[in-house]
Design a protein around this ligand. Structure first.
Ligand code: PBG
Length: 408
């Protein structure tokens, strides 16, 4: 890489003219020798003084008729400050930047959320999520096989439940042969080396689109727990590796853990959507699973968290840890990076983050218009999560980013 030539105030870092004959050995001036003997760690300051021996990268006077800019004497330079310290030195080349990089995004950090479709159609585009398809079970098996070959460790399943199967009590949620459970079985059969995570929440199954049971405008916490437990159990029986309660009812982690253990599913892990906010960023997801029309103008603010709160998220996490969660999740991602950091710092638990549908769609909309550079912005958006402390990231970009990471 060639070094850019800089010319600043009559000084240049261009290569000095070639020297003729042998160059004289360097002899520190009396003053510098003196400084060195007192403070050996203080390297002598040469730069930008008129006594400085011109070296390759050091600034030296331009052959110019302009008088040189007056510079402070060497004594005025503070050790540990510019110009001895130049942060840009470590950013000079690709290899140097790679060597000093603090965080690394790798394919094993990526969890791919997928929408599962019933029926004969192989796949169906989700209009508000360009590049995302709902997949039938055979298409899902192919796609997850491919994701596994790329090194993606796990997928998270979200069923698209036909309206006829939705009901007020969400009975379909725990039917052993429902779409989610069939997808789990098919995947564990065909691609057993890829982890399968499944949402535990009632919203795909309720006629009103809420995550819990509804009575007179109220979401019933304790009655919902019974249904969530059955749902988690049915998923465990189907062979799911990780259940992921995303409903935000109180006490669900403990109840699910207890029920799974009682039935011999000690090894089924729980990924708690611990700090899940009542967010407008879930809009495209609700299109994708078809729960938007069911929910109508309803919102989830009596159970999902208020975006104004941060400390409360730590209480939510503390409870989920105490109840037996194996991993914690913060959701959405980018507007809640402070929580990713705080949760990781406070609990030292595996901390996951969900780059949700709205974040994905925002990026894609800007990429489609040519406003953002696809090659760079997807990886950068995920690197932010790593820097904040996330151990794994749920992202609709998982497959694309995995391919990009493989290319290097
Ligand atoms: C369902 C659930 C939602 C998401 C994951 N699980 C939506 C919601 O809570 O309304 C959102 C994911 C996304 O937006 O990508 N409980």
């Amino acid at each position: 890489m060639t070094r850019m030539q800089e010319t600043v105030h009559g000084w240049t870092n261009a290569a000095p003219p070639p020297k003729l004959g042998r160059s004289a050995p360097y002899v520190p001036s009396r003053k510098k020798r003196g400084r060195r003997s007192i403070k050996p760690v203080n390297r002598p300051v040469f730069a930008m003084t008129d006594r400085a021996a011109p070296r390759k990268a050091a600034l030296r006077p331009l052959p110019s008729s302009q008088p040189p800019v007056a510079l402070p004497a060497a004594e005025a330079f503070q050790p540990g400050q510019f110009p001895q310290v130049r942060m840009r030195r470590n950013r000079r080349t690709d290899w140097l930047r790679a060597m000093v990089a603090e965080h690394k995004l790798s394919v094993s950090d990526l969890i791919w959320p997928v929408f599962v479709l019933d029926g004969s159609k192989a796949r169906e585009a989700v209009p508000s999520m360009p590049g995302v398809d709902r997949l039938s079970i055979p298409a899902l098996i192919d796609a997850v096989g491919h994701a596994g070959e790329l090194g993606i460790p796990a997928v998270a399943l979200f069923p698209v439940v036909p309206p006829a199967l939705k009901s007020a009590q969400a009975e379909e949620a725990w039917r052993p042969d429902n779409l989610a459970n069939r997808a789990i079985r098919a995947l564990k059969d065909a691609v057993p080396h890829v982890g399968v995570i499944c949402d535990v929440a009632l919203d795909p199954y309720t006629s009103h689109g809420h995550d819990g049971l509804l009575e007179d405008d109220e979401i019933l916490n304790d009655a919902t727990l019974d249904v969530l437990v059955r749902q988690a159990q049915a998923q465990a029986e189907a062979g799911v590796d990780i259940v992921a309660p995303s409903d935000m009812m109180d006490g669900r982690i403990g109840r699910i853990r207890q029920a799974l253990d009682a039935r011999g599913f000690q090894n089924t892990a729980i990924l708690a959507y611990a700090a899940k906010y009542a967010s407008a960023f879930y809009g495209p997801f609700r299109d994708a699973v078809g729960s938007k029309t069911n929910l109508g103008s309803g919102d989830k603010r009596t159970y999902q968290m208020d975006p104004a709160n941060g400390d409360e998220a730590l209480r939510e996490c503390a409870l989920d840890v105490a109840e037996g969660a194996d991993m914690l999740m913060v959701k959405p991602g980018m507007p809640y990076l402070d929580l990713v950091w705080r949760v990781k710092q406070a609990f030292s638990m595996p901390t996951f983050v969900y780059q949700v549908s709205g974040e994905y769609s925002m990026l894609m909309a800007a990429i489609e218009r040519g406003w953002l550079d696809r090659d760079r912005v997807l990886v950068e958006s995920l690197m932010g999560f790593k820097r904040a402390g996330a151990d794994a990231i749920l992202t609709y970009t998982a497959v694309e980013v995995a391919k990009r990471l493989k290319k290097g």
